[in-house]
Design a protein around this ligand. Structure first.
Ligand SMILES: C[S@@+](CC[C@H](N)C(=O)[O-])C[C@H]1O[C@@H](n2cnc3c(N)ncnc32)[C@H](O)[C@@H]1O
Length: 308
């Protein structure tokens, strides 16, 4: 059976480096009805769960419509997307380094124009997003305040693959059993989900990492973390399996320890901070659980998280 090599796009706050620790410490539930990930981003956790656990239905959501658009195209237009990617990447590879850089900036402009115009060329837009995400500086999708993609070009390592066809096909199969939405996480539950009893809900919000977030907002402010806490508490009370990841900070600990429903666990993750290998470090994160009691276990399955 083919195993996915890595997420299709690299996303800020992506969890692929944490998956090995989550699996080893038994955070994943074996038996659940639906898998719900309301802030799916680059989808590394979803892909791991879909490959390793059985479930009938998935519900994936992210407030960023571009990322959900990408999953819709991967699910519904797989062949067309692969053709478009093949053309884009072949053209890029044929060029000398300095020409590759120019090519990158032209494609970045095309991508932003498609976004601004609301042009419905979804396949082209998705191919460009995958290409830019994998060739940009630090391999991280970043937008400016006007909402335009603005990461610089990265002197791309020729040996690395920009996309892996088998991964896209595999993800497309997984997405066949998923509903996709682009809503605020609380609206998703209010409008689209009949709250179940044994659903597995994995929340991975932008972290509360600085005083700035606490007092006056980044994209996800303290009041949003409170909303998330309240929703997690309600879902846990209803009997669902809930995980909420966050930074290890006093504020987060205080918030979640105010309810006896949660257990708070510290997990170590390797994080990539810059392109420089010396900038790679280890960071502790909190994995907060409702109705999940993690503990050591003897691994039954072969861990593949290092491939993510
Ligand atoms: C840390 S990232 C998730 C990373 C993901 N787990 C992965 O492995 O790639 C957080 C995501 O939350 C999304 N987000 C931010 N605010 C949101 C909101 N109010 N409702 C739903 N999603 C939100 C962001 O667009 C971002 O993709």
């Amino acid at each position: 059976m083919y195993c996915m090599k890595r997420p299709i796009i690299k996303w800020v706050g992506g969890k692929y480096r944490l998956i090995g620790s989550l699996e080893k410490r038994n955070f994943f539930v074996d038996d659940f009805d639906r898998y719900i990930e309301p802030m799916v981003g680059g989808g590394s956790v979803f892909m791991y769960v879909a490959e390793n656990y059985d479930f009938d239905r998935g519900i994936l959501n992210d407030i960023n419509p571009d990322v959900i658009g990408l999953y819709k195209v991967i699910r519904d237009e797989t062949d067309l997307l692969l053709e478009e990617l093949d053309e884009l990447v072949s053209e890029f590879r044929k060029k000398e380094k300095t020409e590759q850089e120019k090519f990158y900036y032209k494609r970045r402009k095309d991508y932003n124009q498609i976004r601004e115009s609301g042009n419905e060329d979804k396949v082209r837009k998705t191919a460009l997003l995958i290409f830019l995400d994998r060739t940009c500086y630090n391999g991280l999708y970043r937008e400016n305040s006007g909402g335009n993609f603005n990461s610089a070009f990265w002197d791309y390592d020729e040996g690395r693959r920009i996309y892996i066809e088998e991964d896209i096909r595999k993800l497309s199969d997984f997405l066949d059993r998923c509903e996709l939405y682009s809503l605020d996480f609380a609206k998703l539950f209010a409008q689209e989900i009949n709250i179940g009893k044994e659903d597995f809900v994995f929340f991975d919000p932008p972290y509360l990492s600085s005083e700035f977030d606490y007092y006056q907002g980044g994209e996800f402010e303290y009041k949003d973390h409170r909303r998330l806490f309240e929703l997690s508490r309600m879902l846990t009370r209803e009997g669902n399996y809930v995980i909420a990841c966050n930074s290890d900070s006093d504020v987060v600990r205080e918030l979640y320890s105010s309810s006896e429903l949660f257990n708070i666990n510290r997990v170590s993750a390797k994080v990539s901070i810059t392109c420089n290998p010396e900038g790679r470090g280890s960071n502790d994160e909190l994995v907060i659980c409702g109705n999940i009691d993690p503990g050591p276990r003897i691994l039954q399955k072969t861990l593949r998280a290092k491939d993510y």
